[in-house]
Design a protein around this ligand. Structure first.
Ligand SMILES: NC(=O)c1ccc[n+]([C@@H]2O[C@H](COP(=O)([O-])OP(=O)(O)OC[C@H]3O[C@@H](n4cnc5c(N)ncnc54)[C@H](O)[C@@H]3O)[C@@H](O)[C@H]2O)c1
Length: 258
């Protein structure tokens, strides 16, 4: 569980689970480059994390959907860190829309950010992590990619694709000791609160029965720092060295209790 001397990139670091992951990694002694498109909040998260922990975090701006941006910024981060051991990749977007009315624009946007972004960041990180003798890539899937999702059809498709990518990348890169897993969270973050705010009363009632009621540990989404941070440290550390290709729910039981 020791992250001293681990060199780590965290995408989506400006808020939510990416921000909590930066804090957990710096507290565990890691050298971190946090990345996002929200430069103001991303910089603040990295600066604040560095003021308290034994490790350190700096910020770099990236668009995970853009190949030139990802390859250029990852190269700069790896140069600064002196190599790469771990990529944590929470960056993603959520848009609502049912199977009947999802727009081409929202479909393409979520494919670009959530699916292509996962491929590009993983592909950029892989040779550096392999050159370091192995390490960990931590993607973010969702229960939405495992079940019918009436209010978010394209998001569901994008997360199903992340699951498939995670399996394939793990199968391809295991020979280099590069592990690839996906966290499937149920954590109260800005993304979660924004999705709820977009819902009407009827949808929020349905959300209770579909989501909250099946969280065995208390009918509440988890806290990013308390419930996700320690898992992210474990998945980045050598303690998880024989775990790859897995979809790992951190959801209070939602997947199997639903
Ligand atoms: N919150 C939940 O309960 C939940 C449930 C299932 C899955 N997930 C997944 O967990 C991950 C983290 O979610 P969260 O709730 O912390 O989300 P969030 O919306 O709170 O944070 C996402 C971050 O990603 C950044 N981002 C978005 N597009 C980007 C781009 N093109 N380039 C760089 N950065 C970009 C945003 O600026 C933001 O800071 C996501 O992959 C999400 O799909 C979340």
């Amino acid at each position: 569980m020791d992250l001293n001397n681990k060199r780590i990139i965290v995408t989506g670091c400006a808020r939510g689970m990416g921000a909590a992951t930066v804090r957990a990694y710096v507290n565990a002694g890691a050298q971190v480059v946090g990345m996002d498109q929200n430069d103001v909040d991303g910089t603040a998260v990295c600066t604040n994390a560095s003021s308290g922990g034994s490790g350190h975090a700096t910020y770099m701006s990236v668009d995970v959907a853009d190949k030139t941006s990802v390859t250029t910024v990852f190269a700069s981060a790896v140069k600064q860190l002196g190599g790469l051991d771990v990529l944590a990749h929470p960056a993603a977007i959520h848009r609502s829309g049912s199977a009947s009315d999802v727009s081409v624009e929202d479909w393409d946007l979520m494919q670009a950010v959530n699916v292509r972004g996962t491929m590009l960041t993983n592909q950029a990180a892989y040779p550096y992590i392999a050159a370091a003798g192995g390490g960990s890539i931590i993607n973010f899937g969702s229960i939405s990619g495992q079940r019918a999702e009436p209010s978010a059809a394209a998001y569901s498709v994008s997360k199903g694709a992340v699951h498939a990518w995670t399996r394939t990348a793990a199968g391809t890169w295991g020979k280099d000791k590069v592990r690839v897993n996906a966290i499937l969270p149920a954590i109260a973050t800005p993304m979660y609160h924004e999705a709820r705010a977009r819902s009407n009363d009827q949808q929020n009632e349905a959300n209770y029965w579909r989501n909250l009621q099946s969280i065995a540990l208390g009918e509440e989404y988890g806290d990013p720092d308390r419930d996700l941070g320690p898992v992210m440290v474990f998945m980045a550390s050598d303690a998880s060295g024989f775990i790859t290709g897995q979809l790992i729910p951190v959801d209070g039981g939602q997947h199997n209790v639903r």
